[in-house]
Design a protein around this ligand. Structure first.
Ligand code: ADP
Length: 625
């Protein structure tokens, strides 16, 4: 009894252990399924050369990876059914995939195109019994015919060849014939059958010929001899009469290269391979729709079939080649390979050029403004300078006025005495006519002298706002200044020496301005000798042509106290003065004037005492030898 009881206990504990272990295993298995990333297998029906499935597959891959941040195990298998359609190959592939994925069961199997979907429908239960099938790349009717499990969902699309033909008829309104070409493979023949059904009505409107069972060369040869008024549609040629396999796009390419008329086809992948146009879904959009369905399944969201809408597609280069007009295209047609306009083509260069021109314009405008501003500023400063020079002239004239008035008394007094003398002579009985004539000449001379003096004074007081350019002998300026200063010099008992070598020293300037310079320098020189004994007051005007430089030079020297060595360079700065009533402007104005005429002014101390101020101006007749 105990033994039985013991055995039952043993048995129960063993069962409990097994149950616990199984539960643990089950839980562990679920945990690992939950923790691992989702697995998706993409089944390609043919090899990688077939653009339709390659494009759709790539679109699926990109979309899935982007949406999951790469947290997805993605597998791809190429069934190669175009080249190996035999059932033995299908079985072999089925076994191979079953074994391969036994430990890596996919959650979703994506089948691109009808053939891959059919394969999965037949062998899927072995390969991935729990996976959901997501299919795409064919129409609703085919999906129904395939009798897929209810769990399968797809992105279906209509491939209506009649729409491609209607596009061709819009572009070639004068066409009288329609030629449809299809290859020899099962797939090609299925396409042909479907096209024949779809074109029943169109056949009534246009003479229609179906061309099949030819080699690729024969297809090309026929295409090259078609009359102009023919519409040529190539469905698919996956295999020709000789059993040669092609990616449909490659076959179309060969035919379009020699065709005598425009070629159309029902696939978007034909655009860019010689076809003018198609009515088709783009395989990118099919891929996106399939990827979205797969993501919904992975996230356990409810899913149902979606329809991907076909579009009219054309190749702009082919349109141009055949002289077809874009205005004949249905609205919303996608036009690919549009030749970029010259502007588009050279956009970066054009933009670069524009930016450069813009920058240059900005710089030019800024420079023009700057130039104007500078011009205004220069004009303003020149007018200020003129005003300053005039003020300085007036001041000089004012300072000299007293001594000049005094000096004027001399000719006027002489005129009076001479006139009185002449009158007395005339009153005599026998007037001395020759003496009276001499007296009259003296009167005229004195009057002229007084007139000259007044004229010089007027010159000094005349206001000018612009430079009066003249070519003149600098000696005249010096002599004229000496005349003006004469009274002052006499009053202050200064000895004046004028040294000139008799040559004309022509300069181009405003004569009154240079006279002002000489007067400024001379009055300063006279001032500098004010405290010196009469015998030592020596003022010297010297003019000469400086041969090495070819410049006209004027030096005004005195025998005063000279200039402190450290002031020699700064003496021309404005407002420097050592005089109680000085303005400190005389020398700075002199420098400004000399520089206006391209000259230079400087000061030195003389070894024998006193200072010398020199200025040099360009010779009016250019550089001299
Ligand atoms: P201002 O005569 O009103 O002082 P200037 O600019 O003509 O203004 O002269 C500036 C200063 O330069 C004078 O005050 C004087 O000190 C000095 N100076 C000018 N000429 C001489 C000269 N020939 N000898 C010595 N000092 C001079």
């Amino acid at each position: 009894m105990f033994k039985i009881y013991y055995n039952i206990c043993l048995c129960l504990s063993a069962m409990a252990c097994v149950a616990i272990a199984s539960l643990a295993l089950l839980q562990g298995g679920e945990a690992s399924a939950q923790s691992r990333v989702p697995r998706v297998l993409i089944l390609y029906p043919y090899d990688e050369r077939v653009p339709a499935t390659s494009v759709a597959g790539q679109s699926v891959r990109t979309h899935l990876m982007d949406a999951t941040d790469g947290k997805l195990d993605l597998f791809s298998e190429f069934l190669d059914l175009g080249r190996f359609p035999q059932s033995a190959h299908l079985d072999r592939m089925s076994r191979y995939l079953t074994e391969k994925y036994v430990d890596h069961q996919p959650d979703v199997v994506i089948t691109l195109g009808e053939a891959a979907t059919q394969f999965m429908n037949t062998h899927g239960r072995r390969i991935a019994p729990d996976a959901r099938i997501v299919y795409g790349g064919f129409d609703k009717e085919t999906a129904v015919e395939l009798k897929l499990p209810t769990s399968a969902v797809g992105a279906v699309s209509d491939f209506e060849v009649e729409k491609t033909v209607s596009l061709a008829m819009r572009l070639q309104p004068k066409a009288k014939r329609l030629v449809i070409m299809a290859g020899s493979s099962d797939f090609d023949q299925r396409w042909l059958r479907s096209a024949k059904m779809g074109l029943v009505n169109i056949e009534k409107a246009i003479e229609t010929t179906y061309v099949t069972g030819l080699s690729i060369e024969e297809f090309a040869e026929q295409a090259s001899r078609l009359p102009d008024d023919t519409i040529l549609v190539v469905l698919t040629i996956m295999q020709d009469r000789n059993g040669r396999n092609f990616a449909p796009r490659t076959a179309l390419d060969q035919i379009a290269a020699v065709a005598s008329v425009p070629v159309y086809g029902p696939y978007s992948t034909y655009i860019g391979s010689g076809a003018v146009g198609a009515n088709s879904v783009t395989f990118e959009s099919v891929g996106v729709a399939i990827a979205k369905l797969s993501l919904d399944i992975i996230a356990h969201r409810p899913v149902s079939n979606v329809e991907v809408q076909p579009r009219y597609l054309v190749d702009a280069r082919q349109m141009q080649r055949w002289g077809l007009s874009e205005s004949d295209l249905p609205p919303d047609t996608i036009v690919s390979f549009s030749e970029p306009s010259l502007f588009d083509q050279f956009f970066p260069q054009v933009m670069g050029g524009l930016a450069f021109i813009l920058a240059q314009s900005v710089v030019i405008i800024a420079l023009v403004f700057e130039r104007r501003r500078r011009g205004r500023a220069e004009r303003e400063s020149r007018s200020r300078l003129h005003e300053l020079i005039h003020l300085n002239q007036s001041a000089t004239a004012g300072a000299l006025a007293a001594s000049m008035a005094h000096e004027l008394n001399q000719p006027l007094g002489a005129i009076l005495i001479n006139a009185e003398t002449a009158e007395q002579l005339l009153r005599s009985d026998a007037p001395d006519v020759s003496l009276i004539r001499q007296i009259l000449v003296d009167i005229q001379d004195d009057d002229r002298r007084a007139g000259d003096m007044i004229a010089r004074m007027k010159g000094l007081l005349k206001k000018r706002s612009e430079i009066e350019w003249q070519e003149f002998d600098l000696n005249n300026v010096v002599n004229s200044a000496a005349q003006i200063l004469q009274a002052d010099i006499a009053r202050k008992r200064v000895h004046l020496e004028i040294a000139q070598d008799g040559r004309k020293l022509l300069v181009r300037a405003d004569q009154v301005h240079l006279q002002q310079v000489v007067l400024n320098l001379a009055t300063n020189a006279i001032d500098a000798m004010q405290e010196f004994p009469v015998a030592d007051k020596k003022l010297k005007f010297e003019t000469r042509l400086d041969l090495p430089s070819g410049k006209v030079e004027c030096a005004i020297s005195d025998s005063g106290g000279g200039i402190a060595a450290e002031k020699l360079s700064s003496i021309f700065e404005a407002f420097y003065t050592t005089k109680a009533k000085g303005t400190g402007l005389g020398l700075s104005i002199a420098r400004a004037i000399v520089e206006i005429y391209g000259g230079r002014i400087w000061a030195d101390n003389l070894p024998e005492g006193g200072a010398v101020f020199r200025f040099a101006l360009p010779h009016a007749q250019g550089p001299l030898p």
